[in-house]
Design a protein around this ligand. Structure first.
Ligand code: NAD
Length: 394
């Protein structure tokens, strides 16, 4: 276990390492931009690619010291532990395909580092349960990139549900359709499609793990409701594809509420159409990711209220997640940065021996990751079963 450099941990930039995010990768670059948005972080090293030559190429692109760029994550951990506490990374961000999340996260946590990890958290529930134990034993911060919970108006929606503005929630409809996997572009070597359609790298869910888990997490974050049982139908429409590219799920929640969750990667014309509607006994909400600065609030017989980011009536968590005044749109990168902002504040608090506030601890954790893996497992089991209703595997 390492001690870390505590002396100036409350103010200095935290040192970030990265595993994944090599040349041509998608989300690693988003992490690098989002992490640095508030000037709280500097990127100092990494093992950026499965191909060592490309890892070093990325280090050069990022102008990093050559000695901080490594062939693989094992060598990176060894080298970081050999550095002084003043140089060593404070945390690592894991932006590899899914099959690497568990071994990399476990190794860094056990070496004493904080971890920010992509979703889905692991390959299965067994790994997720073990990772939860590792996180708890380590006492380190573990944040999971369910980035849609970082939007101010999503935080306000959650606050409104908690404040009882909707009464008792009775129905949730959440959908996340895309169209980019309509054709088998994985056969043409498209990088992001190749591993996402391979069960050995993606896990048991295709579209389900990739974006279905975001939809489930968003519904859970806003409503606070736990799924009791579900009935699912997974399809691989693209002939010969091994994993699902279309997901339809009926949900029964513990309070008697009902839900419908649909995600798809073959829905022509759809880009990132994450959309959630929540109906309660006294009111209803709608939020749409492609137009994220607005939250629609409905009360029966009343004109719709359009609540807007940046205004005085927005809840504290939503205000904290806002950087610029009303009418100047904020979106994906800022929401991503909000997960970093809170995870980093929580790391800083721990480094100076303090307890992070509730607002600072507002980011997805290992428990959300475990729930995501349980969701995938339960949906796959239900889809295979003739009985249809499957109890949520907790
Ligand atoms: P990608 O294929 O674009 O990039 C993956 C990168 O990881 C590549 O550079 C690859 O060489 C590297 N890599 C693979 N194995 C490695 C290893 N063992 N060590 C070091 N580097 C390694 O994939 P992507 O689309 O960026 O997705 C990466 C992860 O991010 C996935 O888990 C995915 O589910 C997740 N993701 C999340 C969001 C989100 O909105 N939160 C969006 C996209 C992707």
């Amino acid at each position: 276990m390492i001690e870390g450099s505590k002396a100036d941990a409350g103010t200095r930039r935290l040192r970030m390492g990265m595993v994944g995010g090599g040349p041509g990768a998608f989300i690693g670059d988003v992490h690098r931009k989002a992490a640095r948005l508030d000037g709280q972080v500097e990127i100092v090293g990494g093992a950026f690619d499965i191909d060592p030559a490309k890892s070093h190429e990325m280090g050069r692109i990022l102008n990093l010291e050559a000695k901080r760029v490594h062939d693989n994550y094992e060598k990176m951990i060894e080298a970081e532990l050999a550095l002084s506490a003043e140089e060593r990374i404070d945390f690592v961000s894991i932006t590899t395909p899914n099959n690497w999340h568990f071994p990399v996260a476990k190794a860094f946590l056990e070496a004493g580092f904080n971890v920010i990890c992509e979703k889905p958290m692991t390959m299965d529930v067994r790994e997720a349960l073990e990772l939860k134990r590792v996180v708890e034993r380590s006492g380190k911060v573990f944040a999971l990139l369910h980035n849609y919970t970082g939007y101010p108006m999503v935080k306000h929606a959650r606050w409104m549900v908690r404040e009882g503005k909707l009464g008792r929630v009775q129905k949730v409809v959440v959908e996340y359709p895309q169209d980019w996997l309509l054709k088998r572009i994985e056969l043409e070597g498209q990088q992001q499609a190749s591993w996402r359609t391979d069960p050995k790298q993606a896990g048991a869910g295709g579209c389900l793990g990739d974006i279905g888990t975001h939809a489930e997490n968003l519904a859970h974050y806003i409503t606070g409701l736990d799924i009791e049982e579900l009935s699912a139908d997974l399809t691989s429409f693209a002939r010969g594809r091994l994993l699902d590219d279309d997901v339809n799920v009926l949900l029964r929640y513990e309070n008697g509420a009902k839900g419908v969750l649909h995600s798809s990667q073959i829905s022509t014309g759809e880009e990132n159409n994450l959309n959630i509607r929540v109906w309660g006994t006294e009111g209803a909400l709608r939020w749409h990711q492609e137009n994220p600065n607005y939250l629609y609030y409905y009360q029966q017989g009343e004109p719709v209220q359009i609540l807007r980011r940046g205004n005085g009536y927005i809840c504290e968590a939503g205000k904290r997640a806002t950087r610029i005044p009303t009418g100047h749109p904020e979106a994906f990168l800022e929401a991503f940065a909000n997960i970093y902002m809170n995870a980093i504040a929580t790391m800083r608090a721990a480094m100076v021996g303090e307890e992070a506030s509730e607002l600072e601890r507002d980011f997805p954790t290992v428990d959300d990751g475990l729930e995501g893996m349980q969701f995938i497992e339960t949906v796959v089991a239900s889809s295979k079963s003739k009985e249809k209703w499957e109890r949520f595997h907790r």
